[in-house]
Design a binder for this molecule. Structure first.
Ligand SMILES: Cc1cc2nc3c(=O)[nH]c(=O)nc-3n(C[C@H](O)[C@H](O)[C@H](O)COP(=O)(O)OP(=O)(O)OC[C@H]3O[C@@H](n4cnc5c(N)ncnc54)[C@H](O)[C@@H]3O)c2cc1C
Length: 523
């Protein structure tokens, strides 16, 4: 079946596909990446979205945490990840909770004012110390074969392990914190991109939380200087320099499998074969391409990109250059998150919409052209929760307008002036607002259902009773076919901008085909 063109074909040139391409090409494999879109990076991308507006927006993903610095160094990526001066700000009537980075007096003061005492801040610090212990144990395992749960549990300790991985996260939050606002700040990390609630017995929320707190042992979310496109460009450069062939505008329409490899059929009917295929597309896309049955996942977020002439003033009086520098939590109290979940579950777009907002340009102005910089313009990123794809199916345009209104409603509750007064207009006189529902994300980057992780997240480890006998299983990239490996967000620990899906796929493939070991035949 192999036409000797490539040893490995990678379906999809998202950031994980590029990581795998770079690692495999560097190890001497002939690699061909086939990307449907005209550009590489998938949901890791920058784009000038508004006509005549020189702002290169991180159109989909926007912050980086889970990508190991060791992998960045190993690939020699020209990438700077910059810390934000503020972790988060959560306005509540008459004030707000400010979490500085590093936390100092203003943080303690804001907790005391909002929560009415010292206890909640003490609990906050205790909680973060505990979570950091967990991160310190799990994080170093991310670039190796999947560890066993028991080994991690031994390092983490039984009590913490049980609280974070065996019981719904809501129980831990409710036990540790009394204040609704503080509880909500913690919970949001468990809800990013997924449709669930604090006490979901499937522990979906716990898995999402774990990904949000383990990155590089600290869980800090950093700003990619130059925008997300800078990461995609650095990876494209690394893969190309290592000798991988990268083809854009090459949508794979079908995959045929055989004992000695796989053949892909492109839209123009051309056929390409290789001994191994890596699927950077989502598992449900892979299933469709191979003719297997699968239920596509459902995304649950709305991304709104904006450019403003100036940052709007905050009702609390806090300097907007501080309030917008970190993650600004809106409508994300613990109780409100539960209500919003129930509203969406009943078929309504939650209004006001729980969302988080941040301003990239306060930390990294380089994504603006000189004219916009001079005018004092800024970009704003809104990530709305609890907006499952099903809410947009019947009337995509009407529901898109509705979700924007719900997000603006949330904002108006904390702003001292109308956002409309601050919006920049594009060359056609239209306000610089782009709203992307899960359906829009699906249309743009073929993430099924617009699910930002290609499907439910898994724990980044192996259950103790899991039987693993192949490199693909050890690295969490196995599929139903031994010659096809997952290479993206849908692999066992591929979630988020992490490169881990691509790294794991490359390591498994090198183990399978390394010089000392001839490629095995499983069929
Ligand atoms: C709106 C949004 C915000 C997010 N925010 C963050 C964030 O701030 N931080 C973070 O860590 N994560 C974030 N995420 C999640 C993160 O972006 C993804 O988990 C990650 O980018 C997935 O990378 P990937 O390479 O596995 O897949 P993708 O980025 O989905 O790339 C897959 C590639 O495969 C291509 N493809 C699919 N089907 C075919 C086919 N048939 N033929 C050829 N090519 C195909 C696609 O075009 C795409 O380029 C966000 C995601 C979204 C959508």
């Amino acid at each position: 079946m192999n036409d000797d063109h490539a040893d490995v074909i990678i379906v999809g040139g998202g950031h994980n596909g590029l990581v795998a391409a770079a690692l495999l090409a560097r190890a001497g494999r002939r690699v061909l990446v086939l990307e449907a879109n005209d550009t590489f990076g998938g949901a890791v991308a920058s784009q000038r979205v508004f006509r005549g507006v020189d702002a290169s927006l991180s159109r989909f993903s926007y912050l980086v945490s889970v990508l190991p610095q060791e992998l960045i160094d190993d690939l020699g990526l020209d990438l700077e990840l910059r810390s934000r001066s503020v972790a988060s700000y959560t306005p509540v009537s008459g004030g707000g909770i400010l979490a500085e980075r590093p936390e100092a007096e203003a943080t303690a003061r804001s907790f005391a004012t909002v929560t009415g005492g010292e206890d909640e801040y003490a609990a906050w610090r205790r909680f973060h110390r505990t979570v950091a212990e967990f991160a310190r144990v799990v994080s170093p395992t991310l670039l190796g074969p999947l560890p066993r749960a028991a080994d991690l549990r031994a390092g983490v300790g039984d009590e913490l392990w049980t609280a974070l991985t065996q019981r719904p996260l809501g129980e831990l939050i409710e036990a540790e914190f009394a204040d609704d606002t503080v509880r909500g700040i913690i919970l949001t990390d468990a809800l990013i991109g997924i449709f669930t609630n604090a006490n979901d017995p499937t522990l979906r929320q716990n898995r999402c939380f774990v990904y949000h707190v383990i990155g590089n042992g600290t869980g800090e979310w950093k700003v990619p200087v130059g925008g997300m496109g800078a990461l995609a460009a650095a990876l494209e450069q690394a893969a190309g320099a290592a000798g991988a062939e990268l083809r854009s505008g090459a949508r794979v329409e079908r995959i045929e499998t055989g004992d000695s490899g796989a053949t892909v059929v492109l839209a123009d009917g051309s056929r390409l074969s290789a001994a191994y295929l890596l699927a950077n597309c989502a598992p449900s896309v892979l299933a469709e391409l191979t003719g297997a049955r699968s239920e596509p996942p459902e995304g649950s977020q709305t991304k709104i990109n904006l450019v403003v002439r100036r940052l709007p003033k905050l009702r609390s009086g806090l300097d907007p250059a501080v309030g917008f520098a970190g993650t600004l939590h809106l409508g994300q109290g613990y109780q409100r998150l539960a209500e919003a979940y129930a509203e969406a579950d009943a078929g309504r777009i939650p209004d006001p919409l729980p969302c988080e907002i941040y301003c990239h340009t306060l930390t990294d102005p380089s994504i603006l052209g000189p004219e916009l910089l001079e005018q004092g313009c800024h970009t704003l990123t809104v990530f709305g929760l609890h907006t499952p794809a099903r809410l947009f199916v019947d009337d995509p345009d009407g529901a898109r307008k509705q979700v924007l209104q719900a997000a603006l409603h949330s904002l108006s509750e904390v702003l001292a002036e109308p956002l409309e007064d601050c919006l920049l207009t594009d060359a056609d006189g239209r306000p610089c607002i782009e709203v992307m529902t899960p359906l829009d994300v699906e249309a743009a980057v073929n993430m099924p259902g617009g699910h930002i992780f290609h499907g439910d997240l898994n724990w980044p480890w192996l259950p103790d009773d899991a039987v693993v006998s192949t490199p693909a299983e050890r690295w969490g990239v196995a599929t139903a076919h031994p010659r096809i490996l997952l290479c993206g967000s849908g692999s066992v620990r591929g979630g988020a901008v992490s490169g881990l899906g691509g790294h794991s796929a490359a390591m498994a493939l090198l183990e399978l085909t390394g010089p000392a070991t001839p490629p095995p035949t499983y069929s």
